[in-house]
Design a binder for this molecule. Structure first.
Ligand SMILES: O=C(O)c1cc(=O)[nH]c(=O)n1[C@@H]1O[C@H](COP(=O)(O)O)[C@@H](O)[C@H]1O
Length: 276
């Protein structure tokens, strides 16, 4: 992959808008689609959703846990989701939230964003809570292969506040420290760098300074967790510059009817257009 991830993502967002559609096959959703909550139901749900959503969005985000839950057959479905999304013209952000000592991070990176296997994605989610420096092998290897990472900074869940807003000895919050470390890697890249951060759409405005990030911001919490398009604009500005708003259940609940699903993803995507 010769072109940088940051450039490929910026081009995809310019063409299709800033919505990241999540493929989260919760057993309850599979059943709500009238399918059995087994590997065959997973396959019909995940491929049916991906065919529609990946044709309408810049990037899709399969959540690995829901595929892993079915063992090897689930992973085989995940591979087909990645293939189907690419064929529909979307980038793939694989949500695996890996975080480990540096040498092991290298192995995770080789598994997901360095090679050319059926599981290789354009980017993965990673956790910096073993120290941002532990991610260096992952970041270096992903970037050398034209791929990217999204580093958890300030997550959308209510339990995150105490840890992620704790103060470091330098007076910054832990989350701000992560954003600043990502900014350092992205410095000078154009249109922006390959290291994104994850900032929940549910957090309070003004908590973080993202001005120097020069990288993409994944904003989950939009939709099912309560955040609206207006909340996103309050947090990140009217033009949502660099923001990928991520929504899973709030779109997926409109299946299995393809027309219903297509309407839902288009409506969600259009709600992110700048006002006026
Ligand atoms: O990294 C993520 O994607 C993520 C980070 C975060 O702070 N909060 C969060 O909800 N997520 C993921 O985003 C998705 C949200 O799903 P919905 O709440 O159904 O839109 C799930 O796959 C979560 O694992």
């Amino acid at each position: 992959m010769s072109e940088k991830f940051g450039k490929r993502l910026a081009d995809a967002v310019a063409a299709r808008g800033p919505l990241c559609a999540g493929i989260d096959p919760h057993p309850g959703l599979i059943e709500a689609w009238g399918l059995p909550a087994d590997a065959s139901g997973l396959e019909r749900f995940a491929l049916g959703a991906t065919e529609i959503l990946a044709a309408e969005t810049a990037i899709i985000k399969p959540q690995s846990a829901f595929f892993e839950a079915f063992g090897a057959p689930g992973i085989a479905v995940l591979e087909r989701v990645i293939e189907t999304a690419r064929a529909a013209g979307a980038l793939v952000l694989l949500d695996v939230k890996r975080g480990d000592i540096g040498s092991t991070m290298g192995a995770y990176t080789a598994a997901y964003v360095a090679g050319e296997t059926a599981l290789t994605a354009d980017a993965i989610t990673v956790s910096p809570y073993l120290g941002f420096g532990s991610l260096k092998p992952a970041i270096d290897m992903a970037r050398a292969n034209g791929r990217g990472v999204f580093v958890l900074a300030r997550t959308s869940n209510p339990e995150a506040h105490a840890l992620q807003n704790a103060l470091l000895p330098n007076g910054k919050t832990v989350a701000q420290g992560i954003v600043d470390a990502a900014a350092e890697v992205n410095e000078g890249a154009s249109p922006y760098g390959d290291v994104g951060v994850v900032v929940g759409a549910t957090i309070g405005a003004g908590e973080l300074d993202l001005g120097a990030l020069n990288g993409p911001i994944l904003a989950p919490g939009f939709g099912a967790q309560g955040a609206t398009a207006d909340d996103l604009r309050k947090l990140f500005g009217d033009d949502l510059k660099g923001v990928l708003a991520a929504s899973s259940r709030d779109i997926l609940k409109h299946g299995p009817d393809p027309a219903g699903l297509r309407d839902a993803v288009r409506r969600t995507r259009d709600s992110l257009r700048p006002p006026g």
